[in-house]
Write a protein that binds this ligand. Structure first.
Ligand code: SF4
Length: 248
């Protein structure tokens, strides 16, 4: 049995994308191959010694790694204790870094909730293996001008194509700040228009690490929205709701 490294399990309001404001049960997997400059979950970039489980009756910890049966039991208990829930959000870190574990967990223990997978969209072959158990795909398109990472357009394109071909609900988020190059936003929007013309593209204004201030002004947001809208018909600006609310 393959075990996984999970950093936390909790219930909160979804903060980003097409289902922002809905109440989700989050499973955050630890580990990520990227190091985005703006990463707001630095504690999830490397394996965690224990998984924190936050429930309505308090918190407890489970030592990592977790077996799929243990994770399924924790998810089922929290889902029972904390309704109502719209979906199970599998997030990270980069959850697809542990694709084998995801297949064992979700394939062997269907959670009874639609699975929303939040991924950086850089591991298309792993995404293909996990898609059978996923209802909603939340993909990121990463702009090198604000991540400090190299461009991943081929991987983003392949992930979007896999999601569309599988018939899954899909939406894309592009985190943006004052450093974001309009040419990169245009490239992302063109990709959407070509492969997923009916899917929304969210420009996600990034927030300062302390959560108090956006790192992009209204005029720049207007410009980036206009740039993206020249290529794609459904472009939306949505700040990170969980930062506004001061919640997980
Ligand atoms: S992909 Fe996500 S988790 Fe990984 S470094 Fe970037 S923002 Fe952080």
């Amino acid at each position: 049995m393959r075990a996984g490294n999970v950093s936390e399990i909790f219930v909160s309001f979804q903060g980003e994308g097409a289902h922002a404001g809905r109440r989700h049960l989050f499973v955050r997997l630890a580990g990520c191959p990227l190091r985005c400059r703006y990463c707001d979950t630095p504690e999830s970039l490397v394996p965690a010694p224990a998984c924190r489980v936050l429930g309505p009756d308090g918190a407890h910890a489970r030592p990592n790694p977790l077996g799929p049966d243990v994770l399924a039991a924790e998810v089922a208990a929290l889902a029972t204790a904390a309704p109502p829930l719209h979906a199970l959000a599998v997030t990270g870190g980069e959850p697809l870094a542990q694709a084998d574990f995801l297949v064992e967990w979700l394939g062997g223990h269907p959670p009874g909730l639609p699975v929303l997978l939040e991924t950086a969209g850089i591991l298309p072959q792993r995404l293909r293996r996990v898609l059978p158990w996923v209802a909603i795909v939340s993909l990121d398109f990463k702009c090198p001008s604000n991540t400090g990472e190299r461009a991943r357009w081929e991987e983003h394109e392949a992930c979007l194509a896999e999601s569309v071909a599988a018939g899954r609900e899909v939406y894309v988020k592009m985190p943006v700040d004052e450093a974001t190059l309009p040419a990169e936003v245009a490239r992302g929007a063109e990709l959407m228009a070509r492969l997923a013309p009916a899917a929304p593209l969210f420009l996600t204004p990034l927030t300062e690490p302390d959560g108090t201030r956006l790192t992009i002004g209204a005029a720049s947001l207007e410009r980036l929205h206009a740039t993206a809208s020249a290529a794609h018909r459904d472009v939306r600006v949505l700040p990170q709701l969980h930062k506004v609310l001061g919640i997980l």
